[in-house]
Design a protein around this ligand. Sequence first.
Ligand code: NAD
Ligand code: DAU
Length: 351
Amino acid sequence: MRVMVTGGAGFIGSALVRHLVGTVGADVLNIDKLTYAGNLASLSSVENAANYRFLRADICDRAAMQEAFASFRPEIVMHLAAESHVDRSISGAGDFIQTNIVGTFSLLDAARGYWDGLEAEAKSAFRFLHVSTDEVYGSLGDDGLFEEVTAYDPSSPYSASKAASDHLAIAWHRTYGLPVVVSNCSNNYGPFHFPEKLIPLMILNALEGKPLPVYGNGANIRDWLYVEDHARALFTIASRGRPGEKYNVGGRNERRNIEVVERICAILDSVFPGKEAHSRLITNVTDRPGHDARYAIDATKLETELGWKAEENFDSGIEKTVRWYLDNEWWWRPLRDNVYSGERLGTFKGR
Ligand code: NAD
Ligand code: DAU
């Protein structure tokens, strides 16, 4: 099985590529531009595998995408390449519009051109999985869950750009018949997570005795999914999902941000003890503009229709994650020193 993955040098993409190459045994072409968030070190365990190859390219480059389709001849496309960090989208939305919207258009159209030329059997077996987020649904109150039919109501430039790309993907199915499937997942965490996102940032700041900046009062809720569970879900949806359908992905692990940070501190107190508790570093800072209050996923459709279930719960997953960062300084130290050292992002004058 030939699988084209975009964004395979990122956090979720690299977990997916490791799963496809190591466990599924698929032939994988990983296409990635290697932005600040792309890191080939996350793929060192598969880089020499016979069933893995890498192409450094921008998904906005239509000619490069057409050439990749023509030479690799994928049976499945799994599209993860994106600008993914909400705070960066608040500081500057240009790259988000370009990659998430224009890039998705470029890839969909290159896929359509290739798919149009396939024989009937290959044409009906072909799948294009567009990987998206639960943030397109906006913010929940105290009750309720995001379902596949929940109306889109994005709050940030990031989630608005992902919502636009979801609409493009579905339109390419409805209009041109391209066998597109869309997945909308909750917050991921786990190994190889770029240390701009809440969990890795808190772990590394705590290890270095730096403040742990909690936005607002820390009461915002996210629904956490271990990244390897997401990788399995993505392959399940890409290989068995029904064209034109959306599938929500989530692990039923809602936590308030402050609970997440306190849990990280408690784990570090036991595996990396200092003179004082790590929780002394928790610092409330000004809130994120447009900060969504609560995300929570109803994954019933994926669980009942395709038989996927999350294997990791938050308590075991967060402990594994903290230990992974303690054991893998070789991976994160160059990022902290040379790419992003943890300064506040996503604020602007007047907010
Ligand atoms: P990431 O930021 O870690 O990785 C993104 C990857 O895309 C990087 O390797 C980057 O180099 C690459 N990329 C960016 N622009 C590109 C371009 N123009 N051409 C080619 N490659 C490009 O992101 P992630 O957290 O792994 O997220 C992957 C996907 O999953 C995204 O589409 C994101 O919206 C979605 N998603 C993320 C989460 C989450 O919690 N992280 C949850 C749900 C959905
Ligand atoms: O829900 C899925 C989304 O989850 C994905 O689509 C995004 O790509 C991914 O980045 C993530 O978005 P969030 O904005 O929820 O993740 P982040 O790690 O940036 O923030 C998680 C929560 O923690 C959020 O409520 C903001 C808060 N936060 C974040 C940082 C970086 C803090 O309180 N302090 C921080 O320093």
